[in-house]
Design a protein around this ligand. Sequence first.
Ligand code: PMP
Length: 301
Amino acid sequence: MTFIPYDDRDGWIWMDGAFTPWRDARIHVLTHGLHYGACVFEGERAYEGVVFKGEEHSLRLHRSAELVGYKIPFAAEEIDRAKLELMDKNGLSDCYVRAFAWRGSEMMGVSAQKASIRTAIAVWPWGDYFADKMKGIRVTMSQWKRPSPETIPSAAKAAGLYMICTMSKHKAEAEGFADALMLDYRGYVAELTGANVFLIQDGAIHTPIADCFLDGITRRTVIDLARRRGIEVVERRILPSELSDFSECFITGTAAEVTPVAEMAGVTYRPGAITEQLMTDYAALVRGRLAAPKATGARVA
Ligand code: PMP
């Protein structure tokens, strides 16, 4: 596999309000966001020229910044517009979109009251997140747990929260797995390192309550899609000892979309009709070929 480093590509990056040649979009080594984890970001996907739920992602970016104590100097609408202009400038209509904001270089210490807030957006082509997506991925159990909301603002999509995700994912990959399941600080099933998890039992979908991990935009979309099909969705606390009670399992995320799971924490699952239906519905929805689900739980058979 050849890697094209992310800092050595052709194209444009939107940085602090201006389109910057890709290779010039640099920051100094003494940047607060790098040293102290003060960076919030979004992962989005555009399909056929439209960023799926782009406005919702921009609002979450703003909310994440608020949760970690800073304000992004560009309105959500400005960021939305910039994403589309940037896709156009890079000649991309199906791509990944990364919008992010971090504390700059004016101060280097725990306190960064006067550090500027820098903002950037990059777009690049990105295929499936998992190599063997259609076969169903194999997932191990992480040794790291999602922290309590009293420890860190866990609803933020903030860089610092990902340190244990990368550690978990690296260990999983070294052992031949695609990803790792993380429990929460209480020992309940939480999420994967970059995706939410769903389990199926007797035709009903069960998923953990998102009270200490990211309530994914894909998660909410898929819950709505399932309910529109008349499939019951139960949000509840799930113990790892219950994993073997379920027959199907899938995960959701902007990058992962809807990905079936073949094995998780030693339990094997067979991707079945519900997973397939939701994969199909999600693929249609993101390309505008299915009406957007209603905001909350409307049931349409
Ligand atoms: N949990 C984590 C830790 C993630 O990184 C992601 C991906 N952003 C998700 C869940 C899913 O979120 P979304 O559906 O909004 O992409």
